[in-house]
Design a protein around this ligand. Structure first.
Ligand SMILES: [Zn+2]
Length: 262
């Protein structure tokens, strides 16, 4: 799946999980403002798994340093679509988010501690999302400015629930893997154990696309990454995100969009 598509599906997943008013499932309800800020963050979290990709959005995020860091991650995790694309990586994302969530700093000027871990991770994740979604066309300084403003917004309008940050990062990470699972490349879900299918299996037409000769697992209903089907799926997903954000933004100022429409 392409970067912008990962970001959009991440935003959609957060809205689906947190919104309660008709268009959401409400598994983890948050305030309308929390729906908006969390959607931005979840869009960025849905890009993290491709940090193992030398030419991915993330690697271009900071001149030189971005490429060095992603190059290092890529080598450590075995290359693109290896360690960072397995179920174990979701557990690591959860652990990392939990660590960042607990990272706070009691400044001498404010009454309550500042969540510096959440703020720093949010600035980076939103900068990635803004760049991937084309909100800062070709300009990283612009993307980072959006990231900083977004992180400021999150500090003020964060969902009031504890653990929202951990749920948001883990959800975004998981949605990325789900998106890739639906393409022909598939995923080494059980990495570092990547069993390859027996010879006979590789000759059976449909089966050899579900368990590939390289040992990846796939449910390739979207075809190749960036396919026409992937673009077609993104149209309703984008409309859903647009509706969800608008609904939440209006609800925040006391307007019920559903009542206006029907
Ligand atoms: Zn990926």
């Amino acid at each position: 799946m392409m970067g912008a598509h990962h970001a959009m599906t991440g935003a959609a997943a957060w809205i689906a999980v947190t919104a309660t008013a008709g268009h959401g499932l409400g598994f983890f309800p948050v305030s309308p403002a929390g729906t908006v800020t969390g959607a931005l963050l979840c869009a960025g979290a849905a890009l993290l798994a491709d940090a193992d990709h030398g030419s991915a959005t993330i690697s271009r995020s900071v001149p030189v340093l971005g490429r060095l860091v992603t190059g290092g991650i890529s080598r450590a995790s075995g290359g693109h679509r290896h360690g960072l694309h397995g179920l174990l990586a979701i557990l690591c994302a959860w652990l990392l988010a939990t660590g960042l969530d607990r990272l706070s700093w009691q400044s001498p000027w404010s009454e309550r501690p500042v969540d510096v871990g959440i703020a720093a991770a949010s600035a980076a994740a939103i900068a990635f999302a803004a760049y991937a979604l084309g909100l800062a066309p070709g300009s990283w300084p612009m993307a980072w400015s959006i990231g900083l403003v977004g992180a400021g917004g999150i500090t003020v309008f964060a969902p009031e629930r504890p653990d929202w940050f951990i749920v948001c990062i883990t959800l975004g990470y998981g949605v990325h893997l789900l998106g890739d699972l639906l393409t022909t490349g598939g995923l080494p879900l059980l990495w570092p154990w990547v069993p390859k299918p027996p010879r006979a299996w590789r000759k059976v037409p449909v089966l050899n696309r579900i368990w590939t000769s390289g040992g990846h697992l796939a449910v390739p209903i979207l075809g190749n990454a960036g396919s026409l089907r992937e673009w077609a799926l993104l149209i309703p997903v984008t409309l859903y995100v647009g509706y969800g954000i608008l609904f939440a933004a209006l609800a925040e100022v006391g307007v019920d969009l559903a009542a206006l429409l029907y």
